[in-house]
Design a binder for this molecule. Structure first.
Ligand code: FMN
Length: 384
């Protein structure tokens, strides 16, 4: 389990057309183990069915005049208050202190930062009053997420679309994360590098980049400046992650990209499966023939080469072996100046789950979990 354990979101839904997307959002949050209670404005009930919301969520509230003091109870028990979609009207009420229904009364009663996802016609979004309200809310420490550009429900195109659900969930997770890496720069490598045989063909390995994307996601969620260097064939595992992703072909190019950034790095997660061999490359396409012998040479060793350049950087290494996993990983850790070593098994390649050992100078901890859980375990370990 990660930092979402026992967290609850109070979701405010207002009378924007994008309210019809909120059942999908609630399902996505529930799949992450987050409890979701929903406050619908009266106008929101015209755009989304309260019955559907009540079935999917952990509770639905529409009136100030229910039993007890709902605006106080709801605001006190929530880990995070999010307004999705936030219409023009609620942005104005929240910024100017109007409290005339349940949702607009929950807002001043809630004492944490609030996440607003405005969504409306692009002219309404660009209206100077709305922009001023956004500035006021941001000035108060709240988070206002820019809407996407594209086709709008009211016809035409422009800025005002509600972002995709995965992006919304990412921002909510970020707001709930404990910011363990705030102020640090995390560089992650992942996927497989490739080495050309001729202009058309190359050798590579089966690494997918899933572990690296998971690490990048957790670093981003925990407040780090995060960059990811991946092999050209790595899957695009999270297109909503707003970080710089650099695609490289060869081990040498990956090394170059790391060295460009090395002085700034606080944590290097050297997760890439760097090709151990290079090929004597031919300039022209090799013709088809009955038999072909490729001459392979030892490739550069990025981690070993970094050892002599190491200052305050903390290096997390990854080892994958089909035999003698623990011993080989420990040797690699010592030889290459790695601070924390993750030894994992062949079954981890391309999978969402992984198993192996987390090896520090003092202990070896076995793990068998999802790659997301491992990312969280590693981050907690390096920041404890
Ligand atoms: C068909 C229709 C679609 C609307 N879509 C939006 C919208 O996407 N965004 C928005 O800010 N307002 C939209 N409005 C206007 C709001 O519904 C209106 O401002 C309402 O007073 C909001 O009430 P509430 O904030 O209490 O939910 C729409 C109105 C109608 C009739």
């Amino acid at each position: 389990m990660n930092f979402l354990k026992n967290k609850s979101i109070l979701l405010g839904v207002t009378g924007g057309i994008a309210a019809y997307k909120t059942p999908g959002l609630i399902r996505g949050l529930k799949e992450k183990g987050i409890a979701v209670k929903v406050v619908l404005t009266e106008n929101a009930t015209r755009f989304v069915s309260p019955l559907v919301i009540s079935i999917l969520s952990d509770g639905i509230f529409t009136s100030l005049w229910e039993e007890g003091i709902p605006h106080i109870n709801l605001s006190e028990e929530a880990s995070l208050l999010c307004i999705v979609p936030a219409d023009y009207n609620i942005m104005g009420k929240a910024a100017s202190g109007v409290a005339d229904d349940l949702l607009s009364t929950v807002i001043p009663a809630y004492d944490g930062k609030i996440l607003f996802f405005p969504s409306m016609n692009s002219k309404m979004y660009e209206n100077p009053i709305l922009q001023k309200n956004i500035d006021i809310l941001r000035g108060l420490g709240h988070i206002v997420i820019e809407p996407d550009e594209g086709p709008l429900a009211c016809k035409g195109e422009g800025k005002g679309r509600l972002p995709d659900i995965d992006r919304i969930i990412l921002e909510m997770e970020k707001a709930l994360a404990p910011d363990l890496l705030k102020g640090t720069y995390c560089l992650i490598t992942g996927g497989a590098t490739t080495e050309r045989i001729d202009p058309i063909r190359y050798i590579t390995n089966r690494s997918s980049g899933k572990m690296a994307y998971s690490l990048a996601r957790y670093c981003y969620l925990n407040g780090a400046k995060t960059e990811l260097i991946v092999g050209v064939n790595a899957l695009d595992c999270n297109r909503y992650l707003p970080i710089n992703v650099i695609r490289v072909e060869t081990a040498r190019k990956m090394q170059e990209e790391i060295l460009k950034r090395w002085d700034e790095v606080n944590y290097l997660f050297m997760n890439a499966a760097v090709a151990d061999f290079t090929v004597q490359k031919k300039d022209k396409k090799i013709k088809k023939k009955k038999e072909l012998t490729l001459k392979l040479k030892e490739n550069i060793d990025i981690l070993a080469d970094l050892k002599s350049k190491k200052g305050s950087q903390f290096v997390i290494g990854f080892a994958l072996e089909t035999e003698d996993l623990l011993d080989s990983a420990k040797k690699k850790m010592k030889d290459k100046g790695v601070d924390l070593m993750v030894a994992n098994r062949e079954s981890a390649i391309g999978d969402d789950y992984t198993s192996g050992f987390l090896i520090s100078r003092y202990e070896e901890e076995p793990f068998q979990c999802s790659k997301d859980e491992l990312s969280w375990k590693i981050i907690k370990r390096i920041r404890s």
